[in-house]
Design a protein around this ligand. Structure first.
Ligand SMILES: *[C@@H]1O[C@H](CO)[C@@H](O)[C@H](O)[C@H]1NC(C)=O
Ligand SMILES: *[C@@H]1O[C@H](CO)[C@@H](O)[C@H](O)[C@H]1NC(C)=O
Length: 222
């Protein structure tokens, strides 16, 4: 009998423990974000502006026609237009990015978006793109040309690499107002404070000197 009670308790606990990993659905037309009032409690998203005071610029951003500077270590630059850039995206579960790649090897290094699926369209150049499934890790990959579209499912490690001799440019929609990004190499070799090197030596089957070297490098995020 005790066991039965425990099972009922467990079933109820499971039934009520569902957590949503997606952005919340809006309960009104929109909720234009405003900076968090002091001493306010945390909400899942940002505080809303009085709808009567809303203006067109709350829903607008300009400048995505301008290529971003790709003269950095990886030769790419991601211009993300999320809720911090367009406050009207608050609670709407969507954002946009422009991706620029230098010729001959501009790379958006392996990364994941913990809160968003990404759909990308190439408008210029040639991109070798791919993602890796959760364990066991299968690589899904393709070379894309202008007009080609590719989807990177939420949470999976993915990359885009310019294999052409010209600049490449793509735009991407993301299914979160704040997709987040974890750049794999940066997260593991440049966290603050650093991960104990013994962990990285064992996890990556590396010599300790190599780990020390990698931890001292500058890992710029694009
Ligand atoms: C917005 O305007 C309407 C109509 O004037 C008014 O009834 C309402 O109280 C206003 N809402 C807020 C939050 O001020
Ligand atoms: C990305 O481009 C912007 C605009 O050109 C520039 O200000 C920024 O420094 C660039 N970021 C990197 C990492 O190169």
């Amino acid at each position: 009998m005790k066991c039965f009670h425990f099972l009922v308790f467990l079933a109820l606990a499971l039934a009520f423990s569902f957590a949503s990993a997606d952005d919340p659905s809006p309960l009104q037309d929109f909720c234009v974000a405003i900076p968090e009032p002091e001493n306010a409690v945390f909400v899942n998203g940002k505080f809303c502006k009085n709808p009567n005071l809303t203006i067109a610029n709350d829903f607008s951003f300009s400048g995505l026609n301008i290529p971003a500077n790709t003269r950095n270590r990886v030769g790419s630059n991601v211009t993300l237009v999320n809720v911090d850039k367009i406050p009207g995206l608050n609670t709407l579960g969507i954002s946009l990015a422009r991706l620029d790649f230098a010729p001959n090897g501009g790379l958006n290094p392996p990364h994941t978006h913990p809160r968003a699926t990404e759909i990308l369209v190439v408008v210029e150049g040639t991109l070798y793109v791919g993602f890796v499934t959760s364990n066991p890790n299968r690589l899904i990959t393709k070379v894309l040309y202008p007009g080609d579209v590719f989807v990177f499912p939420i949470g999976l490690i993915h990359f885009q690499f310019n294999v052409g001799k010209t600049n490449a440019c793509a735009f991407a929609g993301l299914s979160s107002q704040n997709p987040g990004v974890i750049t794999v190499a940066n997260a593991l070799f440049a966290s603050n404070p650093p991960i104990n090197p013994d962990v990285l030596v064992k996890a990556f089957q590396l010599d300790k000197n190599v780990v020390n070297y990698l931890q001292k490098l500058f890992w710029e995020s694009n």
